[in-house]
Design a binder for this molecule. Structure first.
Ligand code: QUE
Length: 363
C-alpha cells in the first residue's frame, strides 16, 4: 500500500491503520498531511474489506501536538510559502474533521501522548479515543492568539458544567482520567498494552455491519480504570468561577475565590495568573464562541470557527503568539490590545462577522 514518510498507511486484516510520522514535530499536521489523510479515509470508507480504522502517532512523545501553525505563520506573514495557506489550511483541516466525525466505520484514535489542538480535532470528533497514562490533552490556543477550534465549540460545550470554558480559556493540560471525565477519551488502556491492543484488532473476525460490537468487545478486554479525575474535585469551584457572562467577571470570581482563602484559593490564583498571560482578544473570542455555540452541531461549529480563523489571520495576536511560543520561544507575547479593558464588544463582533464567498462549505 502506498505511503509516504510522514503518513504511513497500512493494513492488518480488516483493520486500516494510519500513523502520523513526524515525531520531531510532535506529529503536528501539515497541509500535505491532510491531503494524504482525507483521501485515505475516503478510500477506506468505500472499501468493503476495511472494517475499522486506527490512527496513531509515531514516536514516544505525541499522538499529535496540533496543526503546523508555524507554516501558517510564515505564509500569513509573507515569509515563506503560499500566501493562500491560511485560507486553505483551515479549510482542509476542518473538512477532514467532518469526514472523521461522520466516518461510516469505527474510527479509533490512540491518544497515547501529547494530544492538543489539531490532535484533539482528529480524535475527539471520531467514535473511539483510547487514552493511556501518557496522554496529555489540551486546547492551548489562547496562548498563541488563536481560539479553541477543530470542533471545540461543540466538544468543549459537551463537558460537564463549565469545565469546557475553563479548558478553552486557560489551555490547562489534562491526563487520562480527566480526559475521560470530560468525554474526550472513551477508554483508558495502559501504554504497555497498546501494541497488543492494535494486534488484537488486526486479528478480529469481522462481520459487516457488526464492527462496533467487535470493537467494544476488544476494548473491554483492555480497558482499565485510570483512577479518580482531579477535575471532579474542582467542579464546584469551576462552576462558581466560570459562570460569568464576560471574561472580566470570570477573573473577578477567581479573585474572590483567592480572597476567601478556602481550599480552592491556590487553584484560583494560579488559574487567574494563567489567564492574564493569554491574548485578551482570544479570551473574549473564546467565551463568546462557546456561549453562542452551546447547541451547535459539528458543521455549525466548524463554519463559525472557520470564519473566526479568517479574521484572526488578518489581525495581530496570532502572529505574535506563534512568534513568542514557537519561533523565538521567549514565552512573552506582546498582545495588541494588551488588556481586556481595551478589547471592546464591538471589536469582538467584527471577528464573528460573515466572510462572504470565503465561508466554509462542505460540498
Ligand atoms: C499553543 C498552541 C499550539 C502550540 C503551542 C501553544 C498549537 C500547535 C503547536 C505546535 C507544536 C509542535 C509543532 C508545531 C506546532 O504548538 O496549536 O508545528 O511542531 O500546533 O502554546 O495552540
Amino acid at each position: 500500500m502506498a505511503d509516504t514518510d510522514e503518513m504511513m498507511l497500512g493494513r492488518s486484516g480488516g483493520l486500516a491503520m494510519l500513523t502520523i510520522n513526524r515525531p520531531q514535530a510532535l506529529n503536528a499536521l501539515t497541509l500535505d498531511n491532510y491531503r494524504r489523510f482525507d483521501p485515505a479515509l475516503r478510500e477506506w470508507a468505500a472499501d468493503p474489506s476495511v472494517h475499522a480504522v486506527v490512527v496513531r502517532g509515531a514516536g514516544e512523545r505525541a499522538f499529535c501536538a496540533g496543526g503546523d501553525v508555524r507554516a501558517v505563520y510564515e505564509a500569513g506573514r509573507g515569509i515563506n510559502g503560499d500566501p493562500d495557506l491560511p485560507v486553505v489550511f483551515f479549510r482542509e483541516e476542518y473538512r477532514l474533521i467532518r469526514r472523521i466525525h461522520h466516518f461510516p466505520k469505527p474510527y479509533l484514535a490512540i491518544i497515547d501522548g501529547i494530544t492538543m489542538g489539531g490532535g484533539a480535532g482528529i480524535s475527539v470528533n471520531g467514535a473511539y479515543r483510547i487514552a493511556t497514562e501518557r496522554t496529555l490533552f489540551a486546547m492551548p490556543e489562547t496562548a498563541i492568539g488563536l481560539f479553541p477550534d477543530v470542533g471545540a465549540t461543540r466538544f468543549l460545550n459537551r463537558c460537564p458544567g463549565h469545565i469546557g470554558r475553563y479548558l478553552g480559556l486557560t489551555g490547562v493540560r489534562l491526563r487520562a482520567a480527566d480526559a475521560l471525565h470530560c468525554g474526550f477519551a472513551t477508554h483508558f488502556a495502559p501504554h504497555g498494552r497498546i501494541t497488543e491492543l492494535v494486534e488484537t484488532l488486526g486479528r478480529v473476525a469481522w462481520q459487516t455491519g457488526r464492527e462496533g460490537d467487535r470493537i467494544d468487545e476488544v476494548l473491554a478486554g483492555f480497558a482499565e480504570n485510570p483512577g479518580p479525575a482531579p477535575l471532579s474535585a474542582l467542579q464546584g469551584a469551576i462552576g462558581r468561577c466560570f459562570a460569568g457572562g464576560n471574561v472580566e467577571e470570570i477573573l473577578d470570581s477567581l479573585a474572590a475565590e483567592v480572597a476567601a482563602r478556602g481550599v480552592y484559593a491556590d487553584w484560583a490564583a494560579e488559574t487567574r495568573a494563567g489567564l492574564l498571560t493569554k491574548s485578551p482578544t482570544s479570551l473574549k473570542i473564546t467565551l463568546r464562541q462557546l456561549t453562542i455555540g452551546r447547541d451547535y452541531d459539528l458543521e455549525a461549529a466548524l463554519v463559525l470557527e472557520y470564519r473566526l480563523t479568517q479574521h484572526v489571520m488578518a489581525a495581530h495576536d496570532f502572529y505574535e503568539g506563534v512568534r513568542a511560543m514557537l519561533i523565538d520561544k521567549d514565552q512573552v507575547p506582546k498582545w495588541q490590545p494588551a488588556t481586556l479593558a481595551e478589547v471592546s464588544d464591538r471589536m469582538i463582533d467584527a471577528y464573528f462577522s460573515p466572510i462572504g464567498d470565503r465561508e466554509l462549505r462542505f460540498t
